[in-house]
Design a protein around this ligand. Structure first.
Ligand SMILES: Cc1cc2nc3c(=O)[nH]c(=O)nc-3n(C[C@H](O)[C@H](O)[C@H](O)COP(=O)(O)OP(=O)(O)OC[C@H]3O[C@@H](n4cnc5c(N)ncnc54)[C@H](O)[C@@H]3O)c2cc1C
Length: 645
């Protein structure tokens, strides 16, 4: 009987399936896979098509394909014939390679396409991992994305956009147990336009075996490491820069806010934060401005860095400086090692538990734990230490640096910004100035981080030039220091068991698993307009903009009683699906408003201490981090000097 003709070019998408003759292999070597993918790319030039997805297994192929200028038969036959010819040439064989006619059911609708793509993608995974690696290799000639690009579909996001899959790679209908692709690899692949190189597999030496490995050595990470070490854990602390302290040292931000509730009567923060403050006081490296809530402690960042060195060493934590965490090693739903890179090369730290205090969530994102980015990321700021501002103030009555820098009448003035400055304890005449903003920069993206660093420094120079060029005594302005890294306010957030909300913050909600107390106002630096918005626990709201009077209002009506502090729950530090990974610091799970308040350092410090304590408990009891009893965590924190309410 004559076979029905395949439909001609009709805009339809087909799921093409074909097998080896008698279920024999159609791909025997790496070269066979490579040649097939190359043939796909070549054929696209002659017989255009869109390739939405594909997978090559040793005995069969799946293509999700839409021919553009000819029938599906002509496209697929050309491909099969060219593969057969090459196969025989290379393997010295003859006869049928493929079984009879290929199957090509038509895709019915978007939902069908989505389910089909998920099915096709995880097909090799179901077969076995080895097969998966061979079916989806990265090579320098043609990667899968290369073929997609050649077919007119660029990158994962385009594919996702076409069918409504989210770009993190999780999708409805994906096989259970399949991991979402690692986010940064997705981004990189999209940016590299599909061009990749293959790295040799290698044996990585294990440089440390410990109980806990903390990634990121800001005060958050240091406090996590020290808290766990004091409870008996063997701890490694990995920091990409040459000293500890994060934004407080690398980025020169030197203010820690109030440790009292809004009544000013009740102390709500102590623990390692106050331990460090007391140590800095002994070195005259901190000024106390109580009752000024917004600058309770002004620190000398350089002294803080040295104090953190000492704290780490005294606790017996193993420090790794100039060491970047690059990749997790996973086994049985756990992270079992952190691959690091440093001057000695590529090494690994093996641990039973991990804390991601990297701010940007490098560990959680690369481990495939859920993360998200807010649609409006708070902009980063390059701070600087300037000298000579007091000379300018003396010579220009009413001089206001913020008004000068954003004055549109002055050439080179900055726009859409906000500026504050503080003294540097122990250095007369020096000011820490935070007045730049790089809008639209997501600093967890390497290229955007580079751009932000350069643009931030340009703005620092612009600030100096405005004062030098337009004010008497301006020549006295000296640029004394730049930060080692731009100050990053926000990038990724971990998605945790609880998302802290602005309402919970502003109504002072109490949590049974509270691990931190705070009062710092909701403070949002919008990415697209000057100034910032503050919301307070007493219902007040302010819009503060340089050069304009502060606009005051209320976010709610006055109440008989106002909350005097808010809390952060432990559940906001436990990533969903995590068994042995916690987060701390600005990576916590919070909505935009809650993040605007919780992100300040006195809060991050407490999160660090709590995460380290929780990790130590989970290690001692051999339980998952999500199984740590809140009562026990809070009792242990109190024993360690934290204030638990
Ligand atoms: C300009 C600016 C002004 C601010 N003003 C104030 C203020 O006045 N007072 C206040 O309390 N808060 C302020 N904040 C907020 C506060 O400083 C941050 O939210 C807080 O420091 C975040 O702490 P963190 O530990 O989560 O992250 P970070 O301080 O960013 O620390 C992350 C650490 O991890 C390291 N790291 C990152 N990736 C890796 C990796 N792959 N491997 C190894 N190490 C890694 C980094 O080098 C860094 O040391 C400000 C923030 C900015 C940007």
């Amino acid at each position: 009987m004559r076979r029905p003709l395949r439909p001609i070019d009709d805009g339809l998408i087909y799921h093409v399936i074909n097998r080896g003759n008698n279920r024999q292999q159609v791909f025997c070597t790496e070269g066979d896979y490579l040649a097939f993918r190359r043939a796909l790319g070549d054929l696209k030039q002659r017989k255009p098509f869109e390739l939405h997805g594909y997978c090559l297994m040793s005995t069969r192929i799946h293509l999700v394909i839409r021919p553009l200028a000819c029938t599906i038969s002509r496209v697929v036959q050309s491909l099969l014939v060219s593969h057969t010819q090459r196969y025989h040439r290379f393997h010295g064989s003859g006869g049928h390679v493929w079984q009879g006619r290929f199957k090509s059911p038509v895709v019915q609708d978007d939902k069908h396409l989505l389910t089909l793509l998920c099915y096709v993608e995880v097909n090799p995974l179901r077969a076995k991992l080895k097969e998966f690696q061979r079916a989806m290799p990265h090579d320098e000639t043609y990667s899968r994305r290369d073929v997609l690009r050649a077919a007119g579909i660029t990158g994962a996001s385009a594919l996702a956009g076409a069918v409504g899959v989210n770009t993190k790679g999780t999708c409805a209908g994906a096989a259970e147990g399949s991991k979402p692709p690692v986010e940064s690899e997705e981004q990189n692949a999209a940016k590299s336009h599909g061009v990749t190189i293959r790295e040799e597999a290698r044996q990585t030496p294990v440089v440390a075996e410990c109980d806990l490995c903390v990634i990121g050595g800001s005060a958050t990470g240091v406090f996590a490491a020290v808290a766990a070490a004091r409870l008996g854990a063997r701890v490694a602390l990995v920091e990409s820069m040459g000293y500890f302290g994060g934004v407080a040292t690398l980025s020169l931000v030197n203010i820690w806010h109030s440790i009292f509730d809004t009544s000013g009567q009740r102390q709500i923060i102590a623990g390692l934060t106050m331990e460090v403050v007391e140590r800095l006081k002994r070195r005259n490296a901190v000024n106390t401005h109580e009752p000024d809530r917004s600058r309770h402690f002004v620190l000398n960042s350089a002294e803080l860095a040295i104090e953190l060195d000492e704290l780490v060493q005294e606790a017996g934590v193993r420090p790794f400086l100039h060491t970047r965490f690059v990749q997790p090693v996973l086994a049985d739903d756990r992270v079992v090692a952190a691959v690091i890179e440093d001057k000695s090369g590529r090494r690994a730290v093996r641990a039973r538990c991990f804390i991601d205090a990297s701010g940007d969530g490098d560990l959680v994102a690369r481990a495939g734990l859920p993360t998200r980015r807010d649609s409006q990321i708070q902009p980063p700021t390059t701070c600087a230490i300037l000298c000579g501002l007091e000379v300018v103030s003396k010579q220009n009555k009413g001089f206001n640096l913020a008004r000068a820098v954003f004055n549109p009448e002055l050439p080179g003035a900055l726009t859409n910004g906000f500026l504050w400055h503080a003294e540097v304890p122990g250095i007369p005449g020096a000011s820490m100035v935070a007045g730049t903003r790089v809008h639209g920069a997501d600093c967890s993206d390497a290229d955007q981080l580079t751009r932000a660093e350069i643009e931030g420094r340009r703005q620092v120079r612009a600030i100096c030039d405005i004062v030098r060029g337009h004010f008497a005594g301006g020549a006295a302005i000296g640029l004394a220091a730049l930060p080692a890294r731009i100050g990053i306010r926000e990038s990724r957030h971990a998605e945790c068991l609880h998302t802290l909300t602005e309402t919970e913050i502003l109504t002072g909600k109490r949590f049974p698993d509270a691990i931190a107390n705070g009062t710092y106002r909701v403070d949002i630096h919008y990415p697209d307009r000057p100034g910032l918005v503050f919301r307070y626990l007493d219902g007040a709201e302010e819009y503060v903009c340089p050069g304009k009077p502060t606009r005051k209002g209320r976010w709610r009506e006055p109440a008989a009683e106002d909350p005097t502090f808010y809390q952060v729950p432990y559940a906001s530090l436990i990533p969903r699906g995590s068994r042995n990974v916690l987060v701390a610091g600005r990576l916590l799970d919070a909505d935009r408003g809650a993040f605007g308040a919780a992100r300040v350092m006195v809060n991050c410090n407490q999160m660090g201490q709590a995460a380290g304590t929780a990790a130590a408990i989970s290690l001692k009891q051999g339980i998952d981090v999500g199984e740590v009893r809140p009562e026990e965590l809070r009792e242990t924190l109190a024993d360690q000097g934290a204030i638990v309410i």
